[in-house]
Design a protein. Structure first.
Length: 274
């Protein structure tokens, strides 16, 4: 199958250093296969709730990415460059069993092609469930889940289909920080890709981002407006014009903070025009 520009860009944004990468709502598993091809992590997980799709994917993975056999006679090259393992999960993305792999495991959860409201629900559930599972394993039954515990062990790469302002605002309230972001245009549609972390500092060993320091997550974007060439600047302006027009068409009674949102995007557009 042809691999979309979105999936290729997400693949490029995945750096080394993760123990587990979760390709969620994976559909045909194309992104996860890209990650397997370059051994991006010791284990790549494919997650979707459609059983027939996951059964077919399991067959294809077994054919094209046979699991490495455990052998005492492995040569030095195989031991130095171990092949990524894979696992297929037919379950709700909100119920990812992250905690069963230990508190020290570093996870990257990728969710793309999902609507904004559902995306926020999934990320909130994953973060809260991970801490709840850790509390249970630690014998902490107080019910006061400290979401700052285990920070740095969980990161996300997200590509919502729409409602980017809502997604960013909600995930900022959840305490997630920004490692990188990218604006992409494909088939006459724009997509924002966000790389988020629970940690305040980014490790140089597990990021391909433009900065080694996590920054606050802006509702309207920050890093993706910086250092643009002429073509990317024109693309950004078209996206901002489109986004501003979208919000201006929404009736005031449906979105009381509409003027604030429009003004924020207009400010960015004015900066790009300077």
């Amino acid at each position: 199958m042809k691999i979309s520009q979105r999936l290729q860009q997400i693949n490029r944004m995945v750096g080394p250093g993760y123990d587990h990468i979760w390709d969620c709502c994976c559909d045909h598993g194309l992104l996860g296969m890209l990650l397997l091809q370059r051994n991006a992590a010791p284990k790549v997980h494919f997650v979707d709730c459609v059983m027939p799709l996951m059964q077919q994917l399991s067959l294809e993975l077994a054919r094209f990415f046979p699991q490495p056999s455990i052998s005492n006679t492995q040569n030095a090259e195989q031991q130095a460059n171990p092949q990524s393992e894979w696992q297929v999960h037919c379950l709700d993305v909100a119920a990812l069993p992250l905690a069963q792999y230990g508190k020290q495991a570093k996870h990257l959860v990728i969710i793309a092609g999902v609507g904004g409201e559902l995306l926020v629900e999934l990320v909130c559930s994953i973060v809260i469930n991970q801490q709840t599972q850790h509390d249970t394993q630690s014998g902490n039954d107080s019910g006061n889940h400290n979401l700052s515990q285990g920070r740095g062990q969980l990161e996300f790469i997200l590509c919502p289909v729409h409602h980017n302002y809502h997604v960013r605002s909600a995930l900022a309230e959840l305490g997630l920080k920004l490692k990188d972001e990218y604006l992409l245009e494909e088939n006459q549609r724009f997509y924002e890709i966000l790389h988020l972390t629970q940690a305040n500092a980014c490790s140089k060993t597990n990021t391909s981002s433009k900065t080694n320091q996590a920054v606050p997550l802006s509702a309207t974007g920050s890093i993706m407006w910086q250092g643009l060439n002429a073509d990317k600047t024109n693309q950004a302006k078209r996206y901002l014009d489109q986004t501003i027009g979208h919000y201006q068409r929404i009736p005031e009674h449906r979105m009381p903070n509409k003027s604030q949102i429009v003004a924020a995007y207009q400010h960015i557009l004015q900066q790009l025009n300077c």
